[in-house]
Design a protein around this ligand. Sequence first.
Ligand SMILES: NC(=O)c1ccc[n+]([C@@H]2O[C@H](COP(=O)([O-])OP(=O)(O)OC[C@H]3O[C@@H](n4cnc5c(N)ncnc54)[C@H](O)[C@@H]3O)[C@@H](O)[C@H]2O)c1
Length: 363
Amino acid sequence: MKEIKIGIVGSGFIADVHARSFLEVPGARVAAHCDVDTQRGRDFAARQRIERSFADYSSMLADGGVDAVVLGVPNCLHAEMALEAARAGKHVIVEKPLCLRLEEADQMIATCREAGVLLCYAEELCFCPKYVRAKEIADEGAIGKVYRVKQEEKHAGPYSQWFFEPEAAGGGILMDMGCHSIEFARWALGKPAVKAVTCFMDTVLHGERGPLEDDVVMLLEFDGGQTALLESSWALLGGMESVTSLLGTAGVIHADLLRGQGLKVFSAQGYGDYKPAAQGWTFPDYEWLFNNGYPQEDRHFVECMRDGSQPSESGEDGKAVLEIMLACYASAAEGRRIELPYVPPDDIGVPVEIWLRARGRAG
Ligand SMILES: NC(=O)c1ccc[n+]([C@@H]2O[C@H](COP(=O)([O-])OP(=O)(O)OC[C@H]3O[C@@H](n4cnc5c(N)ncnc54)[C@H](O)[C@@H]3O)[C@@H](O)[C@H]2O)c1
């Protein structure tokens, strides 16, 4: 069996997740790593025992001996790095959100196809064992016809400054975690088309860090009549929440991704990497990587690379999520329901501008 060699780009939160996940993927190995922050990159490579560390992405593509790259870098870099990798003949695992513009999404999909490489969209919620089982039960008909998906992804806000910069992130909580909920709902329902969205958003907690939205509520209407009610927030204190309900005509399924593992801790001073968030009662998830579906996601992508099949989460899915997010910004900006397909105005730089402009007009 040919070993698939992976190059990870970035040394932050998600790079660490993938480095650890690939340890659990048979026949794959992280062989190279790259970060423009050379000290951070060297520390990361040493910590993760990655043989080769590069400061320059093009050099890693040329000399790193990798078959595929994982893009764990700020959102604004996803498109250009994916295109460069595809042109160098490397498969691409791109973190969410896929990119910032629909044209970029089209270009990424077309370029990967022409180059004969896979464009894998890293939406791990579709690989979480608890959510996979919930979907299996629903697909079996156990709760009748599913008419609504509810999904919430919330915490108190991100760690790196770039998440608060419109040019780097493309938007706030919608681009960061709203994309998880949107793709979860599409996947849970078997990916029907979205015909309209209605969205409300605001900046409720992090206004001093910039103008981006940090709290969002979305209502998605699907072909077939199902709806999804999605809430994403950077304004929830007390730790992260990822909860889901599938409501059917003959029953309901509730899933709480991060609780219920049976370990309860009270710490007055906090612990771990994110001490303030770990003060007081916490419920540490000792099987966090597995429960969040990251190794399963990477294993699936490697299997697809090996047998040439299309990944179940692909560039097309990432593009569909981006179009929904753009329509959500328009809905929040205009205070009305927006029908899809949605094409943003030509002069929009990054998605959140659609909403920021309307806010500016409103004074
Ligand atoms: N799927 C998930 O659960 C999940 C969770 C967190 C982040 N993400 C996504 O992963 C991506 C990275 O987020 P993060 O939280 O790891 O960010 P981070 O700030 O923790 O790390 C980003 C890293 O990218 C490096 N970098 C920046 N520019 C670079 C360049 N030109 N070349 C090489 N390296 C460069 C930085 O030095 C840093 O090490 C984002 O797109 C984010 O949305 C996904």
